[in-house]
Each structure stands twice: as structure tokens, then as C-alpha cells.
Design a protein around this ligand. Sequence first.
Ligand SMILES: [Zn+2]
Length: 307
Amino acid sequence: MPLAVRILLTLLPKNEKTLAVLIAILILPVVFIFFLVSSITTMTHVPAIKPEQIEMYKEASVAVFAEFGIMVPFKELIAIDAVRYKQDFREASTYRAIQLARRFIKKVEKRDKDGNVIVYYYKKPLETVVQEMIESGELVEGDLERIQRYLQFPWDNPTENPEVPGLPDGYIPVPGANGLVFPVVGQWRLSDVFRDRYNPVTGKWESHKGIDLAAPEGTPVVAAKKGRVVLASPNGSAGNEVKIDHGDGTKTRYLHLHSIAVSEGQEVEAGQIIGAVGSTGQSTGSHLHFEIHIHGKAVNPSPYLFK
Ligand SMILES: [Zn+2]
């Protein structure tokens, strides 16, 4: 036996169980990272809900109240579907919203002293319904926290949101994980993440300081947060760029825009249209490259938008 192998064998635990645990500790993170990467690269969303889609959930809530005398808050229904449908509310219907609302109803039968069956209905807590949906495979672990974040949005009165000039008719911006408005309104696909990557254009390894959201040319791009436009012009390989200073140590950058709808010095609201998705500058296809900078340092935008 070669010496190196013999030395390695002496280092390995003698106990089989300890060895199995050691191998699991080494392999599990690799498997986990593989699934994480494969799931984020295939994700697609429509990160906006139309007021008429909100109405479907209100109707469902009223229908179930008429049936059982129990009011299921329509906000809880929307929050579940925002996670279940990955914000693509085209999958939603009044029928499906009613089916969902009925799952909140717990039926209890009791007998009175004369032996007659009396039926009571209760509303299950959101946590219980979500747990049941996790068990049936419709939701996954961790979705409860995501659902609770959506509950913070003023769904019942979206007009309480700041005025949003220029959004497509009937759309309201939907906040991401930390109150940031999702920067693309419409259908998109995550085409690259924040990481070191091989640049096919320059042939070099370089760090990719933002995320790429592939979307058709002309798709509206909105400000992720209220702030002041500090750059709104062509900027070399970045193409047409808008940069917004949010005044709290954070800045956001929007690159490769087809067109720019704001000018330098302008104050913008969260969700206000600032341009349209394009492929200007160093780009291989129509997409928005989106960056978040905190105190001058680019950070991974994904936790701010997806969690
Ligand atoms: Zn990019």
C-alpha cells in the first residue's frame, strides 16, 4: 500500500458511523448548492398583481363567508398564492382562490345531550394551512416566512402606495423581500446571478456584481426604492444606465436599458418607471442588469428580492 494512502487511512475515523457522518458533512453542502443553483436559474415570475386579480381574492373571501360564516382574510390568500405561483398571478382564478379559502375552514361535529349532531366551523390559523400545504408538497419549508413578508403589503388598499407615474395600465408594483420593489414589471427569467463568472465577450474571468433579469426589449424597468437619479446616460459597456441614490447609504444601478425615462437630479418614487429593458453596451441579449450598492460596495441583490 502506498505510504500516502496508509497515512490517510490512519487519519480516518475507525468507527463506521463516524466515517458515514464525516462523508455526509462533506457531500451534503455540495448537493445543497447544486439544487440551490439549479432552482434559481429556472425560476420565472410576473412580479405584479392587477387590481382585478386582487378582486378575485376578495370575492373568494366573501363566497366562503357566505358558505360557512367564517371570514378568511383575502390578504392571507394572496400572500400564499404570491409564493405558490411565484408571483405569477395569471395562474390565479376566483375558483382556485375559493378552493384555497375553503382550506382555512375546519369542520367540527359535536352531539348535544339529545344526541343531535351540531356542526361548528372554525378558521384555521395561516400557519396550520401553510403546514398542511407543505406536507402535501404544494409549498416548501421556509415558505411561511416568505408568505408573512407578503402580508406586510397593503393589498386591501394598494392606492395607499405612493403615486406611481408611468406603470402599465392596471399594474401596481410588488415589493420584494426587504421592501424593495421588483425592478422589472412583466415576465422575466433570472439569467445570471451575483458571482465570479467567465465573460464570453472579453474571454476573461470577472466578478458579476449584480443579477441579470432576461426580459423582452421594452419591458418597463422601475425604481426599486425612492431616491434621486444620479446618472441617466450611456455609460460604456454598461450601456444606457440609470443610477439612483436612495439617501440612506444605498444606491441601485440599472444597466443595458433600451431607453431611459428619467433625467439626472430627478426625484423618483419606488415603483416609478425609469426606463425599459434593452441590450445596449456589452450585452448578449435583452436583459436588465441590476445592482445594489451599500456604502459603495456591490452586494448580492437576490436576498433583497427573492427571499
Ligand atoms: Zn449582468
